[in-house]
Design a protein around this ligand. Structure first.
Ligand SMILES: C[S@@+](CC[C@H](N)C(=O)[O-])C[C@H]1O[C@@H](n2cnc3c(N)ncnc32)[C@H](O)[C@@H]1O
Length: 218
């Protein structure tokens, strides 16, 4: 899968690319390309945004700047999904992540300050996605959230089977994961449920499914 991120701050992604699971699939299952709007802006002095028509605070990412950036990489036509990252978009969930992972290529458009000119969302993007009902200062963190969620679903990103029984997985009927415990079996009087120490795998499986159902219902 190829993911292209358009951003004002490409170096912000350096940390993520060094972390597993993304680092495990970079260069094999995942090709990540970072583009800076400033490199292709048709405006002078690297300008990419402007004051909002109608007045108001903040600067808005210009549609001609984003169009020039997309044209420089894809020409006038691109066949794949182009996602505008905005708090006003469809909210990201695991089902949407699974849908996006199935794509051969994806473009993420991030912005800062007051946001994107609406024409970027309407005419240059196929999707608008929000990572949650809150406002961040820029689209870099949302792009990284999406990248991480995608990367961990690619082959080779995680140890075999380690995301099969995760929260929102099919194996748990889309519900939440059961409680996990590790050593020591008792700490400050807080004990691990006996069933997990029993060695009885059928019982453990039943207990975990029941716990998952309880958590998911509340
Ligand atoms: C300060 S926000 C703009 C918020 C916009 N003025 C509004 O009220 O909806 C600047 C940029 O950060 C990114 N952003 C902030 N919060 C986001 C979220 N929850 N999901 C996706 N992108 C977000 C978007 O790229 C957005 O254009």
């Amino acid at each position: 899968m190829r993911v292209d991120v358009f951003t004002q701050i490409p170096h912000a992604f350096a940390w993520l690319t060094e972390q597993k699971p993304l680092a495990s699939v970079l260069g094999t299952e995942l090709e990540l390309r970072l583009f800076n709007y400033r490199d292709t802006t048709p405006l002078r002095s690297g300008q990419i945004d402007d004051e909002p028509y109608g007045g108001g605070a903040g600067m808005v990412l210009r549609v001609d700047v984003v169009a020039a950036a997309l044209d420089a990489v894809y020409g006038r036509r691109s066949e794949h999904r182009i996602v505008a990252l905005t708090p006003q978009g469809a909210q990201l969930d695991q089902a949407l992540v699974e849908e996006l992972v199935a794509e051969p290529a994806l473009t993420l458009l991030s912005s800062r300050f007051e946001g994107l000119d609406e024409r970027i969302v309407r005419h240059l993007s196929t999707d608008a996605i929000s990572i949650g009902p809150y406002v961040l200062s820029g689209g870099e963190l949302p792009a990284m959230v999406l990248l991480d969620a995608i990367a961990r679903r690619l082959p080779g990103a995680l140890a075999e089977g380690s995301c099969e029984h995760e929260s929102f997985s099919e194996a748990l009927d889309g519900g939440l994961e059961y409680p996990q415990y590790t050593r020591p079996p008792e700490f400050r009087g807080w004990t691990v449920p006996d069933v997990l120490l029993s060695g009885n795998h059928a019982l453990i499986e039943d207990w975990r499914r029941a716990q998952s159902r309880v958590r998911s219902a509340s």
